[in-house]
Design a protein around this ligand. Structure first.
Ligand code: SF4
Length: 652
């Protein structure tokens, strides 16, 4: 019996005889877990964790259907029968939990990111129309090659079917090959694969027919498409809608997203960051639902079951893709169904460890849930052998996570925080423009502390004396960091403040500001945006190639566009050298030449942090178990803090 408050998301849905137990979907997403282009144990363990948590349908990440489809080094390939074994093991493990599983049939066309051995690949596309984002000029496909690729889709689908997958999805979204054929600005062919919409649909029709011919009538075949590629030359929502209508009779469902891989602006929508509204593509799927009868799947910042339930209830979608919600909390469906929605660790759309890791070529994870992508290593917490008295010094993300994990394992945990509020630097991060949702990380951790029954002592700074009085069996030092002030000559009385002073409104900022950004992360960008919006003239001196160089690409690109729109003057390769009463002196980090910024009334330092090492040093000769985690070990980000907190909590 379910106790769910949700009317819609737990209704089953049957597509071509395949019954999906609920309307929650994990959409196809690269995990960077496969190593030999095949499904491996880390990927199976990753998907199994989501199936165990109750998701209705998993669409596994893209699999190349032809040798020319290798768009990254971590792509799955379904080009020969050796793919079957891995898919079979994956399907069995996911089916065990009653979850259905589809594959994704993929060819990127001109959207090639990298190739083996560092050599650029030859990209193939309908026509020689360049890709803006990856700077690729593709080679037009011959008719023979088109036929070979079409057959590749069918052959790959046959292998997926043989492995026991319930269906497959053709990836026509995000400007990939089928979309390149559909788009008249990218497909300039003069044969019968180009021209009017019916001719531009020929490729997809042949692909669908080949898949149907090589699979059986119980195999579900769907289409993923962007309901607007959000790009000046991208497929429009109207064009996508018309294509769906014309293909409806040959498809079992359609799955809509937004954006394209072809441009920086379009790519932001591949994994929309927290700046983008929840469920923002619903206006497109609502239109689709008016025109077709097949089920319509929707994705795009649907991070809570309440949102999914409403979208389905409103008739805007039949199934909701909640991929990052599941990356962040694989148990989300079960918690929602059992009436425990407040226990869900909500995704905050930061993009840091999910798509952010993909862009670094690293396995997927989540900043809030280090187990993601590390299921084999961290998936099972060993219960505490002996219940220890654990003292956690510091209530930032590292300390909070350490406390949660240690308490979950059965230890008696007390968390001490020097200030009145838990959250550490995450409380400041949420004050940056467009980063309010970052505070969700603290809300989630607070709930985890409550569930794990951790004792919390606020306004209590831990020192050696307190440790000796408290007599813990183990201490976790998570005391964080403070702003770092670099050495520079100061020959005047210019107002000099740091990012924290701006965010907490401790300083009265003038009208002409230089932001010195050494970290090249969210902080410098956020401070510049905030001050530019407040009417200041803002000059940004970036010690790197561009603002946000260190942060996830889509967030970086969107932020740089905003800096430009706001008229922030950015100088790259700039190292702070000194200042006087009204000028800031910098040095080009490559040429060493001076850069002078005159007429300045405030210098804002976004120059990183220094670890707070006092307690670590005071406990240097302490005999009990001591672990040091997060920024007080070395200042980095919330991701490392939470990961190290987790590891410490698991090790006590
Ligand atoms: Fe969501 Fe951020 Fe976790 Fe990605 S890393 S799943 S965006 S919370």
């Amino acid at each position: 019996m379910t106790m769910t408050a949700f009317k819609n998301i737990f209704q089953p849905l049957t597509i071509r005889g395949c019954t999906i137990k609920n309307r929650i979907l994990s959409t196809g997403h690269d995990t960077t877990l496969p190593t030999e282009a095949a499904v491996n144990e880390p990927l199976i363990a990753y998907q199994e964790a989501r199936a165990r948590g109750g998701v209705g349908l998993i669409v596994v990440q893209v699999a190349g259907v032809h040798e020319t489809a290798r768009y990254t080094n971590h792509i799955l390939m379904a080009t020969d029968d050796s793919a079957i074994d891995g898919y079979r093991r994956l399907a069995e493990r996911v089916h065990h939990y009653g979850t259905k599983i589809f594959g994704q049939l993929f060819h990127p066309g001109r959207e090639i990111l990298e190739s083996h051995g560092g050599l650029l690949a030859v990209a193939y596309a309908p026509s020689a129309v360049p890709n803006e984002r990856f700077h690729v000029m593709p080679r037009p496909m011959s008719r023979a090659m088109i036929a070979e690729i079409v057959a590749g889709y069918g052959d790959a689908a046959r292998r997926m079917r043989k492995a026991g997958l319930d269906g497959a999805e053709i990836v026509a979204s995000h400007g990939y090959l089928p979309s390149q054929f559909l788009n008249p600005r990218v497909n300039q062919r003069t044969d019968n694969y180009g021209g009017d919409l019916d001719d531009r649909l020929r490729f997809l029709r042949e692909v669908i027919a080949d898949i149907r011919a090589k699979t059986d009538d119980r195999f579900v075949v769907g289409l993923r498409i962007s309901g607007g590629e959000m790009d000046h030359e991208g497929l429009t929502g109207d064009e996508a809608l018309e294509a769906i209508v014309r293909l409806e009779s040959s498809l079992d469902y359609v799955s809509a997203v937004g954006g394209t891989s072809a441009t920086s602006g379009g790519a932001v929508h591949i994994v929309p960051p927290m700046t983008i509204a929840n469920g923002y593509m619903a206006s497109f799927t609502a239109q689709v639902k008016k025109r077709v009868k097949i089920p319509v799947f929707l994705a795009g910042r649907i991070n809570q079951p309440q949102i999914a339930d409403k979208l389905i209830g409103n008739g805007e979608a039949d199934v909701c893709g909640m991929t990052r919600a599941l990356i962040c909390d694989p148990e989300m469906p079960r918690k929602a169904q059992e009436g425990r929605s407040e226990d869900i660790r909500a995704c905050i759309g930061c993009n840091q460890a999910c798509i952010g890791h993909f862009h670094k070529g690293q396995p997927i994870s989540c900043i809030q849930h280090p187990v993601t992508g590390r299921e084999l290593e961290l998936g099972k917490l060993a219960p505490a052998g002996k219940r220890k008295k654990v003292m956690i010094a510091g209530g930032g993300p590292a300390g909070m996570k350490a406390a949660v994990i240690a308490a979950q394992r059965g230890h008696d945990v007390t968390l001490f925080e020097g200030s009145a509020r838990l959250g550490g630097q995450a409380l400041l991060a949420q004050l940056l423009p467009h980063r309010a949702e970052f505070g969700g990380l603290v809300t989630n951790l607070r709930r985890e502390l409550e569930l794990a029954q951790v004792t919390i002592k606020r306004n209590t700074r831990v020192d050696r004396k307190l440790v000796e009085q408290f007599k813990p069996d183990a201490v976790v030092v998570a005391t964080g960091a403070l702003p770092f002030r670099p050495d520079f000559t100061n020959d005047g009385d210019l107002q000099i403040v740091d990012a924290w002073d701006v965010l907490t409104e401790k300083a009265k900022i003038g009208t002409s500001v230089v932001v010195v950004d050494w970290r090249c992360d969210w902080i410098g960008i956020g401070i510049a945006v905030r001050l530019a919006k407040a009417g200041c003239r803002v000059r940004m001196a970036v010690n790197g190639t561009l603002p946000g160089e260190m942060i996830p690409l889509y967030v970086r690109d969107q932020s740089n566009a905003e800096l430009q729109d706001l008229g922030v003057e950015v100088t790259s390769y700039a190292r702070l050298f000194g200042c006087d009463s009204s000028s800031v002196y910098l040095q080009n980090t490559v040429s060493g030449k001076p850069i002078v910024m005159e007429g300045v009334d405030t210098l804002v330092l976004c120059t990183g942090h220094s670890p707070m090492t006092e307690l670590t040093e005071a406990l240097a000769d302490y005999e009990g178990e001591v672990q040091v985690v997060g920024d007080c070990m070395a200042p980095r980000t919330a991701e490392e803090a939470i990961y190290e907190g987790f590891k410490a909590g698991a090790a006590i």
